[in-house]
Design a protein around this ligand. Structure first.
Ligand SMILES: [Fe+2]
Ligand SMILES: [Fe+2]
Length: 309
């Protein structure tokens, strides 16, 4: 047997955790109260909230549709030469793709029932997909994996997988999505405060809590694989990871905020920015800060960059 139960790796442990935690169902949330709450959002607030939700709705669909080549690329690697078991990781990703489908399902239902639309494009205009890497680009990443599988070169496969995991788990999930959750938290809290309530859009918050729990596993697994690939090919860190991180920093962390006006009174974008820097540092630390040339200390490098601009 390829799977040895007595030798369970990180991906297998996360898969087992996912079996226990991942039993929630988007259909089980009652959305009536959320519908009522939604009516009390002003048009500007609705537009701003929908902008973030649209990024998620499209993004969850994009990650669902582009994950399969990761499994195929792992399968094309010589398992016995790798510092981790590619089969256990394939099992993990099989679970992840189901979870991403469920996240898409949640947003699809929520748009239909609460927002009364299936449109995302009007809310995304001028938004994040026009500023640096977005989930739209995951289709190119998937194509790169398929091309590397075709050529079958081990080092190329590791490098391409490294870039793919960094894009998907390292940037999209660990940075972009988590920035989105922080944004939801603030918008919902500020709205509840204004209305003199403990919580608004309660079902949304509960269901998003489940999505976040799933994503925490996806991110942890992604970081672990990024470290394993660095074990297999140490130069992948400075050849692939670092330039991708640099691009993200340039396009997002150092770029001007995309929303000039915040309809939610008291919204604190700077607080979110600081948290995102910490998330990036966490990823770097997990891979091994001393493996990096420039981004071992994210905050210091950012300050250097800002001083130079
Ligand atoms: Fe997701
Ligand atoms: Fe995910």
């Amino acid at each position: 047997m390829t799977i040895d139960y007595s030798d369970r790796e990180k991906s297998y442990e996360l898969y087992r955790k996912g079996k226990r935690e991942g039993t929630w169902d988007p259909d089980e949330y009652d959305l009536e109260r959320d519908r009522e709450d939604w009516e009390s959002f002003t048009e500007a607030e609705q537009h701003r909230f929908l902008a973030t939700c649209s990024g998620f709705y499209d993004g969850e669909e994009d990650v669902t549709r582009t994950l399969a080549p990761y499994m195929m690329a792992l399968d094309a690697l010589p398992n016995e030469e790798m510092p981790f078991d590619t089969v256990q990781e394939e099992m993990y990703l099989a679970q992840q793709v189901y979870e991403e489908a469920k996240h898409t399902d949640l947003f699809s239902r929520y748009f239909e029932t609460v927002f009364d639309t299936q449109e995302t494009a009007p809310y995304r205009e001028g938004g994040y997909q026009e500023q640096g890497y977005s989930t739209d680009d995951l289709y190119d990443t998937a194509d790169d994996l398929l091309a590397a599988i075709d050529r079958g070169d081990r080092t190329e496969l590791v490098y391409t997988l490294g870039e793919a995991y960094l894009n998907y788990m390292g940037i999209v999930e660990a940075q972009l999505a988590r920035g989105g959750y922080l944004s939801f938290d603030q918008m919902i809290e500020l709205k509840a405060e204004e209305m003199g309530r403990d919580v608004v859009l309660e079902s949304f918050q509960e269901a998003i809590g489940k999505v976040r729990q799933d994503e925490t596993r996806h991110i942890e697994n992604g970081r672990w694989i990024l470290r394993q690939l660095a074990e297999a090919e140490p130069a992948v860190v400075t050849d692939v990871y670092e330039p991708r991180i640099e691009e993200y920093v340039e396009n997002r962390l150092l770029a001007d905020p995309i929303y000039d006006e915040q309809p939610f009174d008291g919204y604190d974008q700077e607080k979110i920015g600081k948290q995102l820097v910490q998330y990036l540092q966490d990823t770097v630390d997990y891979i091994g800060a001393d493996r990096f040339d420039r981004y071992g200390d994210v905050r210091a490098t950012l300050e250097e960059r800002q001083a130079a601009d």
